[in-house]
Design a protein around this ligand. Structure first.
Ligand code: PXL
Length: 266
């Protein structure tokens, strides 16, 4: 492989018109990692980090047409899923990916940082039964891991057992992000991979008001690392360090008496 090689990665996610999350965050992250980004749009969300106002789902046939033409046409090295708003969208993605064998990172997006639900009620079952068995890695935060496991997670020990149980249940790797646990100084993310727990401890940085898209950006950075053929632990470790830098240097605008901000992709 020559040093000019540019791997191709695919994101299957929703469009965030404010550009901080979803497809837009993923493509910016791929670009920052020297990865050619392809995208299949699952829904169009009218939102900012402060408000989710409207969601329109893309028809199944439109989603499948995007997935089919891309998988026929490009040597995709890795793929990720973000917001899959319905059972039907999960079914379409599973149908195309089951044939592909492409390394797949699943970010099990359910709720926006505003607290608004982004998915139809019955999607969790389809996600766990149809998509997780096809994944290489799933990247839940604590509320998402609690939904998958149907139990609460309240300590770092429970973070480790959650990562292990999800990984073993689906025969995949699992990164549970501990950002929602309390404490001032540090946060722990736990990767269960190849029968071992890997601990990633990092300083706690409070997210500025009006920020979203950290989960999308982290999973896209991991996907970019896998597209570059990094080992899983290296891809995860590098992606966490990358996201920490972006949060530290986030850019804030004042407008109409509120603050709104964006990760520092530039
Ligand atoms: O941050 C999760 C997320 C993912 N994808 C889209 C979103 C959001 C949050 O708002 O809008 C499209």
């Amino acid at each position: 492989m020559d040093s000019n090689h540019i791997p191709v990665a695919l994101t299957i996610a929703g469009s965030d018109c404010s550009g901080g999350a979803g497809i837009q965050a993923d493509l910016k992250t791929f670009l920052n990692h020297r990865v050619q980004g392809l995208s299949a749009v699952t829904c169009i969300v009218a939102e900012t980090p402060l408000e989710v106002r409207h969601i329109e789902q893309v028809q199944e046939s439109t989603l499948e047409a995007q997935l089919n033409i891309l998988s026929e046409s490009y040597p995709i090295s890795a793929a990720k899923t973000g917001l899959l708003p319905s059972q039907a969208s999960i079914h379409s993605v599973a149908k195309v990916l089951i044939k592909s064998g492409i390394p797949l990172v699943v970010d099990p997006v359910m709720i926006a940082s505003t607290g608004s639900s982004l998915t139809e009620e019955n999607t969790l079952h389809a996600l766990t039964h149809q998509l997780l068995p096809l994944a290489t890695l799933v990247t839940p935060n604590i509320p998402e891991a609690e939904a998958i496991l149907q139990r609460s997670i309240q300590s770092e020990d429970e973070l480790v057992t959650a990562a292990r149980d999800i990984a073993q249940c689906y025969g995949i790797s699992c990164l549970v992000k501990g950002g929602h646990l309390s404490g001032d100084a540090e946060r722990l993310d736990v990767l269960w991979h190849a029968d071992h727990a890997h601990h990633f401890r990092h300083p706690y940085i409070a997210l500025p008001d009006g920020m979203h898209g950290t989960g999308c950006t982290l999973s896209a950075a991991i996907t970019a690392g896998l597209a570059h053929k990094k080992e899983m632990t290296e891809a995860v470790s590098d992606a966490i360090a990358y996201l920490q830098q972006l949060i530290k240097n986030a850019h804030t605008w004042e407008h109409n008496h509120h603050s709104i901000c964006c990760l520092a992709w530039l």
